[in-house]
Design a protein around this ligand. Sequence first.
Ligand code: ADP
Length: 397
Amino acid sequence: MNVLVINAGSSSLKYQLMNPETGDVSAKGLCERIYIDGRLTHKVGDKKVVKDIPMPTHSEAIQAVLEILVDPVDGVIKSVDEIDAVGHRVLHGGMKFSDSCIIDDACIEAIEACIPLGPLHNPANLMGIRACQAVMPNTPQVAVFDTAFHMTMPPKAYRYAIPTEYYKNDDIRRYGFHGTSHKYIARRAAELMGTKNFKMVNCHLGNGSSLSAVKDGKCQDTSMGLSPLAGVPMGTRSGDIDACVVQFICNKYGMSVDDCLTMLNKKSGVLALSGVSSDFRDLCAGAEAGNEDCKLALDKFYYEVAKYVGAYTAALNGIDMLTFTAGVGENDADARAGICSYLGFMGVKIDPEKNKIRGQEMKISTEDSAVQVWVIPTNEELMIAQDTAELVNAAKK
Ligand code: ADP
C-alpha cells in the first residue's frame, strides 16, 4: 500500500510517500513559499531535486507534488492511481476527535469548527485537504489529529480551574499536542515491554517540547494545554507562565495581548534565556565555551522537564518506563543525563556509556534501575500512514 502523508502549513507543505506496513519511504519533500512564488524540494533516497514552480495556492503545490511523484526521471510511481490513500496531519481536533477519521463533509465541517482553537494551523491543514480532494477526488483521505491521543485524559487533568462557562460555552480546556508522536512512542514502548499494562512518561523534546503521562497505553495527562505554549520552556516558547506577566507587560509597554503572546511563542524559551539560539546544539557549544547564559538556559530546561517527570510519576503513582524522543530527546546525551540527574529519588539510573547513543532505539538505564529509561526515535509520518491505512482498510470491509 502507498500512503501519501501531508503536513500542510500556512505557506509550506511537507509530504512523504510511504508504505505503512514496512515504514519504507519511497519519496519525500517540501513545498515552500506557497502564495509567494513556490519552490519544491524533492528527495528520493540520497538524490535531491529542487525546482522553482509557481504555487499561487496549496492546490498548485499538491499538483506539483503529484507531478514529480509520477515524473519519469525523478518520480517513484507510474500513475497517481498508485497512491492508495492520503493521510493529513491536522493540528487541532478540539473535543470532536478522539481518533483519526476518514475525511468526508462532516469531518471537514468539524475541523472548520475547531479553527478558533487552532487559528494558525487548522485553516492551512484544511487547504491541504481541499487541494488533495480537488486533484485526486477518488482517493480516500484521512485526518490525523495532533490532539486526539490526549482525549483519554480525565477531567481532573484537562479542566482548567476557571469559571465553568468557558469550558461549557467555549471548549476552553487542556488539549495537548504532539499526540501522534506520543501515540507512536506509547505503542513502541508497549512492544518493548511486551505488555500494554504499564505506566510511562514520554518526553518529546525538540524545538517544541511536551511530556505525556501514559497508563495502559492511554494518555492520562500532558504538558501542553489549549495551545502548544504551555508546559516546559522550549526553543522559543516560554512554557508555563503566570498569566499576570501578560497583564503587566501589556499595561507597562502598551503592547496588545496578541503581540505579547507572539513574544511568548516566538522570542522566549531557551532562546530568550541564552540570548544566543533556540537550537540546543548552539546552547551546548556555548555552555562548553563558558557562556553562563547558555548554561542557565540548559539548566532551566533540564530542571523544568525533570519537574514534570516528577509530577507525572506522582500522578501515575509510580512509573515503569521513561522515554526520550524528538530532536533533543533522541540526540542530546547531556540533556538526558541532566534531566535524569534529578530523578535518583525514584530509582532512575542511567548508564553513561549507553546514554551516548544518538538517534537510535536503545535502553539507556542500568539493569538495577527501578525505571527502564529508553531512547526511542519518533516517526509521526509513519503513525499517520498507519492510522490512514487502518481506517481505509476497515472501510473497505
Ligand atoms: P521540531 O519540534 O521542530 O520537530 P525537532 O524534534 O526536529 O524539532 O528537534 C529540533 C531540536 O533538536 C533543535 O533544537 C536541535 O538543536 C536539536 N538537536 C538535533 N540534533 C541534536 C544534537 N545532536 N544535539 C543536541 N540537540 C540536537
